[in-house]
Design a protein around this ligand. Sequence first.
Ligand code: ADP
Ligand code: MG
Length: 212
Amino acid sequence: MQSDSFTSLSLEPRFLANLATLGYHHMTQVQAETLPSVLAGRDLIAQAKTGSGKTAAFGIGILNKLNPAWFAVQGLVLCPTRELADQVAGELRRLARGVGNVKILTLTGGVSMRPQIASLEHGAHIVVGTPGRIRDHLGRATLDLSKVQTLVLDEADRMTDMGFYDEIAGIVSATPVHRQTLLFSATYPDDIRFATAGFLRDPLEVKVEGKH
Ligand code: ADP
Ligand code: MG
């Protein structure tokens, strides 16, 4: 029988202790169905509705692979809006307490470039941002994505609806070919399937119908 406890995953004791502190004892359904593959390094397309715990499903994947002693952008999460990027960064920061000193930077539009550039000069392990602003930084060579190990397209349906496809394609091409790519979405219609197919390598597809 499949266990839904986080302890069934091979995670560091310190990381598990932090999850317990956060009140995360049992995996949600999307976490239980994706985390074993995410932790094994597989590409993935996960479809599950809002509130089902998708952030931790990819967040635990990014953090488990992250080397805090290596000051390079190792994880990149693309989100459709500034608000969602802030929410994801907040959740990643809570999860990262079980890892150590992990610098997580949000790069979104609606704020000036200068402080973002200054923060990037100090380095970051994980960047969470919106496609337009990430693209701006790439154009100015203020962001280096050549060390990215895990790329996440969060709320992929909304990002493609908002016309971010070209930006996303440009960003993906700035990351290494040998990366892990995780796509999370509430819906996964054919146009998004076709638009994103080239970003993923032999992805596992998971669709969770229920609430949790
Ligand atoms: P989604 O991205 O699917 O909309 P979120 O990742 O934002 O969902 O998670 C929704 C809420 O559930 C958040 O408040 C998060 O902290 C909480 N949560 C996620 N996973 C768990 C878990 N395993 N146990 C308890 N709460 C969880
Ligand atoms: Mg989400």
